[in-house]
Ligand binder design. Sequence first.
Ligand SMILES: [Zn+2]
Ligand SMILES: [Zn+2]
Length: 501
Amino acid sequence: MAIRRVSGGEWNGKNKIYKRAYMRPRPASDLFRFLQSSRPGLLQSYHFIPRSLFSHRKTSCNVIPHFSAVLSPTTTPTRMSSTQAIIASVYSVSVSTPQHPSSSPEDAVNKSHHLKNGKGFANPWPSWRDLDPVKALKAVARHRMGPDSAGIWGPSTTPPAVPVVTPQFLQTRSTSSTEFRATWLGHACFYVEFPGGFRVLFDPVFSERCSPVQFMGPKRYTKMPCDIADIPVVDIVVISHNHYDHLDHNTVIKLKKHHPDAWYFVPLGNKAWFACSGIEKCIELDWWEERDIVLTPSNSRTPAGASPSTDSNEPPPRVQTEPAEEGPKTNGIVARIGCLPCQHTSNRGLTDRGATLWASWSIESGGKKVYFGGDTGYRAVPPDLPKSVDDYGEEFRDLPVCPVFKQIGGLRGPFDVGLIPIGAYMPRWVMSPMHANPFDAVRIFVDTKCKKALGIHWGTFVLTDEPVLEPPRLLKEALGKEGIEKEGVFDVLNIGETREY
Ligand SMILES: [Zn+2]
Ligand SMILES: [Zn+2]
């Protein structure tokens, strides 16, 4: 069949669809946008890629219907996993602003993390230090050649690494269930099953690489424990920020296919990206904002993973994003989600640093409350500090710490479980403003008033220079230093493993 080039892509002239091969590089990013503007010749063949797809700016998304229409017939058939045979009730979803919100700090109204020019966000605390990306790269290169380095090519991923097991998800969503389960699906991704049936997926990345493209970038060195199709139910997907190791376009497209009714909760400025990815059920929140979610059972039943909205006999889900008149109903599954601060940044390209917000999150449902730390730093240690120097030593006692974790603990805690990052911290002085090491993580655990915790943000992708099995080892050391039991309080799991509380 003759293919002729038309403006905006390739056209086969008959079926009026874009040639499939040209859709493959769709996880393009703002990096492409940058390259398109600065090196147009380099990416000529990608010219059709909707620029708005990866932009934080509110741009037109009118190319997206083509994008979606092409994807459906060309994606591989749904893999029927055992869990998809489960019969699950159909729920309609209601999202509302709480009539009686939880406490927030008095200064939250100042929005000191919003840039004055309205073009992004910043960490408004002395515990933050912004480092020029070029200086950071130079520092990493220097570190790799120095005595504290794990090697010029970065840390070894030669096995043994983190064991991977097949996850055992609950096979039904019983609203009378009292089980509270958290399953680590690698890196920052956790699947949480609340008592009463609410199901949450945090920061899902189910691609081989966390990168704008799948032919280069950090590649996972531990296997994916399962496929998205294996997860029985996803009510909401919670995203901490837009870095590629937390927000992956391929994954979002797969989620849309297998869990079309899932709602997405994202920090401010990220909704446009989801709209351009074909996701309309997306709510973006600012720090300290909350929403109540009510899942109300309808009468019919459908295979799990199928969309009730695709059944013409079913009324479409009722969605309410304004304050509810009567508050949350109590005859369904009820949850409250809160967007909370953390110390980090964001970007998907070279020119959009800080353009969208980053966040940690709290979710309460069925009498249990989870804190998801996402990606965060705790304090900025002085430049060029050698690894041999303890930055929690007496000399650094007055180093400012990020104050929000104590606020979170005091105003929104205690939490039954914290999912707290422990990895991606070397070179320490470069990474410390934005990535907690295990010593920081234990302080965050204490500040946020988590009763138990599990380590995230390690064991999956090499992002920084620490040895891949060092985070859990240092975590035990850090717990001991704080006088906390080394087992059973703040633990790590195998990838795919579930911990019940
Ligand atoms: Zn990040
Ligand atoms: Zn990260």
